[in-house]
Design a protein around this ligand. Structure first.
Ligand code: HEC
Ligand code: HEC
Length: 375
């Protein structure tokens, strides 16, 4: 028996970065504040798996799929032998471990692709933005969560298998995946390290990280909680800005349903105590714009949820009275509303940096605890 190189450097880099990305993706899935990180980790995992599949055809002996082409049946048979304590030692992947590898590669694809569709549908972001509605996005979200949970179980099974196998053959398999070396009898094929390929892989990961977090479109610097995405641009109208933006923020039409805008504009002479004094043509043009871009168009997650929260028989005249708005803001204290730079609930822009654009991104909101511009 002698010590030979079994796991080349790219395979080891792939293995541990995939594991790290998976762990971080779990941790960052809890809050939308981490969405940009979460999505990056997902793309990175897809890229890593793309590399691994390629490496499975062109890499050295033990990394090639042809060296561990076992059927699920063989995997199960091997697993039984392990339990019975008489499984043969494999230098490369054993038949049961191979099944976990194939399953994990497939699951990364499923989790990743369902994630892209969740992002596109629920948040209207990423490559699939605008491809599907928020309802379909939710179906993908369920699939995304279920497949990620299943993947966690497979990872647990994989780790248990490695422990079991390490005990059975009295060798530390996890350490071999770090060092690359294992004991083998003479004549066993040895792997080449392929350091240059590993360096390229690491460089590609780092470069995409830099591109994503440094050069990707970012929120204004007031907001340092997260890197945000820029979704599809929402409708914007000069007349609406002029007529509706002089007394308060020009509320984006996607924040109320069409019936609310119809009523608000019909009563424009008694607008919360003010007379807007609009002539007939302006009133009609504003109404057309508002109705065409009302909450029912589901242009954003906020529009969708506002629309879904309002009972059909009600016609709220205030965004701040829609059930979704109330639910989202009920934890904000009076002391916060009273802050001199907030003052009113309708001062959306004080806390939502993208209020004018109308997108109300999760990553663009924050209650400012000090006066704007103060350090
Ligand atoms: C002359 C001033 C003025 C103009 C111009 C004006 N509004 Fe208002 N608007 C008000 C006042 C005052 C309120 C009540 C604000 C409050 O309670 O904080 C209000 C409230 C609203 C609200 C309810 C906000 C909420 O959710 O509580 C909506 C919606 C609204 N305006 C839409 C419009 C639209 C659409 C236009 C353009 C057609 C417009 N406003 C133009 C004065 C104005
Ligand atoms: C005092 C600061 C503040 C003001 C003013 C404010 N919001 Fe918010 N808003 C928040 C915070 C904080 C959250 C996040 C609540 C949470 O995490 O559930 C939020 C959440 C939201 C959401 C949910 C976003 C999502 O998709 O998850 C929408 C939509 C929204 N606000 C719209 C508005 C509109 C419209 C106005 C003005 C009429 C407004 N907000 C005024 C602080 C504010």
């Amino acid at each position: 028996m002698k010590r030979i190189l079994v796991w080349d450097v790219p395979t080891r880099v792939f293995h541990w970065t995939l594991a790290a990305c998976f762990a971080l993706a779990w941790l960052s899935s809890e809050s939308d504040v981490w969405l940009a990180h979460h999505v990056f980790l997902g793309y990175a995992m897809l890229g890593l798996v793309g590399f691994r599949v390629l490496w499975g055809f062109v890499g050295p002996h033990y990394a090639r799929f042809s060296s561990f082409r076992f059927s699920p049946k063989e995997g199960l048979a091997y697993f039984r032998e392990v339990l019975a304590g008489r499984a043969a030692r494999h230098i490369g992947h054993n038949p049961a471990g191979s099944q976990a590898i194939y399953l994990l590669l497939a699951l990364v694809l499923l989790v990743g692709i369902s994630g892209i569709f969740t992002l596109g549908g629920e948040e209207q972001h990423g490559v699939a933005a605008g491809w599907l509605g928020l309802d379909t996005g939710r179906v993908f979200k369920k699939l995304h969560e279920a497949s990620a949970t299943f993947m966690l179980l497979v990872v647990a099974g994989h780790v248990a298998g490695v422990l079991l196998e390490s005990l059975l053959h009295k060798e530390n398999l996890a350490r071999s995946m770090l060092t690359g070396f294992k004991l083998a009898s003479d004549g066993a094929p040895t792997a080449k390290p392929h350091r240059a390929v590993a360096a390229l892989l690491v460089a590609a990961l780092l470069a995409s990280g830099v591109a994503w977090f440094v050069y990707a479109p970012q929120q204004p610097t007031e907001l340092r909680t997260a890197v945000a995405f820029v979704g599809p641009a929402l409708a914007n109208n000069a007349r609406w800005r002029d007529e509706c933006g002089s007394c308060h923020l020009e509320f984006h039409p996607s924040l109320l349903p069409a019936r609310s805008w119809t009523q608000l504009l019909a009563q424009q002479d008694q607008h919360f105590g003010a007379d807007l004094g609009l002539d007939g043509a302006t009133q009609a043009a504003l109404l057309d714009y508002a109705v065409a871009n009302a909450a029912e168009t589901h242009a954003t997650e906020a529009a969708y949820k506002i629309d879904a929260s309002i009972p059909a028989k009600l016609t709220p005249l205030r965004i701040t009275q829609t059930p979704y708005w109330v639910k989202k803001h009920h934890e904000i204290t009076n002391a916060d509303w009273d802050l001199p730079w907030i003052k009113s609930q309708t001062n959306c822009g004080a806390c939502h940096l993208d209020a004018l654009a109308g997108s109300f991104e999760d990553a663009a909101m924050k209650i400012p605890r000090s006066a704007p511009g103060a350090r």
